[in-house]
Design a protein around this ligand. Sequence first.
Ligand code: AMP
Length: 212
Amino acid sequence: MNIMLLGAPGSGKGTLAEKLIKNQGFKQMSTGDLMRKEIKEETPLGIECARYMNEGKLVPDEVTMGIVKNFLQENHNQLIFDGIPRTLNQAKILEENLVELNAKIDKVIYIDVPTQILLDRISGRLICPKCKVSYHIISRKPKAEGICDNDGSELVRRPDDAPEKVKVRLEAYASETAPLVDYYKNKPGFVHIVDNANTTAEEVYAEVLGAL
Ligand code: AMP
């Protein structure tokens, strides 16, 4: 089974993916993580991605879908698509790529979160540069301040989590990605999760497991 996570930046896609990977044997296909890896390794692809990511803008579809296609050659089952697709064009190309590999997306999990909560979550978010796990300075504190529980790395703030970048990212979500909800909502396998201020990550996870 392949799952797609759909939701705005800060909606908890990464946290949900982490639980599904740990407990249900999924593998993550996060275009954001793959792009950050290219940037860290200073590859030509990374340099191209950084031009957009540093501004909070979407990386062009040709570049993004090249990364996705490479990844899919090696893995195309038990995947969690996290942060991909972000445009209707990407959704269509992804479907075509999967058909060629005799695979498909079985469930689209849409995590629906009010904007103010997204902003609160992103402004307190810290990530581990090594294992990619995400923390929050209030709601998901690491055991030792600023240090990853899993591997002891020093936690960092994502450069694109700066307030002016977040604004651009949320605008990109509203104009480019939110229309995907309409695209998927009448297709089989669509799951709508409403996450409000009181919903915990565990509750979201339990609801998703029920839907799977
Ligand atoms: P994320 O880690 O999913 O929040 O993505 C961080 C940034 O990476 C985004 O703001 C974009 O600049 C870029 N990015 C990640 N995935 C995509 C995608 N599918 N299409 C275009 N840009 C992407």
